[in-house]
Design a protein. Sequence first.
Length: 283
Amino acid sequence: MAAAGTAVTRELTAELRGFQEVQRLSYACAEAVAAQLRPGVTERDAARMQREWLYERGVRDWFHRPFAWFGDRTAFVDFKIPLQFFPTGRRLEPGMPFVLDMAPVYKGYTADIGYSGCLGLNPLHDKLLADLKDHRELILREVRERRTLREIYQDVDALMVRQGYANRHRAYPFGVIAHKIDRVKERRWSPTLFGFGTQSLKGLASDALHGHRDGWSPLWSPYRFSDHPPRPGLWAVEPHLGFRGTGAKFEEILVVTDSADPEESAFWLDDDLPHVRRWGGAS
């Protein structure tokens, strides 16, 4: 087994390379848009910039359309209803944290990513980003141990408490820290419903139906329906830390298999991502 902190070189299947391509495209979009953010840009502007960048590169369908959150909205302060997640006229200011979140479908493959940044210096935000590394390591380790999703969620919660943070992914619908993603049929255009692609919603609903019958859920939550070991497949995982009015997260694809080899039973699809590079290596 490779030592902790050492990237494992593995040959990806054509299927996984397809998911890796769209995930890398998404993070390239996030970095390109982040580099263009200036004081006065609104969340709606940032969401539009993501859509346009991806559209120019062939994206025509979505798991969900891009989001952007600025300032205390990165920590979901006072979020009570789903409509509050949608981009607003909040304007970016110097020193203000931001989160860009997008889930495009490209060539039939899906990604769902979250990118945290800050307009200028913000030591608190830097600390949150650094402390996310421990969550990436904990999640992978406990998935490989085949702990239940609910137990892993509770351990993430406990780690946040030790770090002095609040769990902000609990504010998402169903309190999810992750959800399954799959391929969808490639189309030139697909309608959306409340910002979510209808094809992807149908796939998630189908997984939920089959999972309910077989005793598992495509949603990784703190609730009883997630009280089962990780299901083989691809999971978009997004631990989200909050401290007062500042929030930070990453979101990326975790691959879970039925292999008896611990290193192959679960692994992050890609270690060459902005937050991992920031930490100086793989977990």
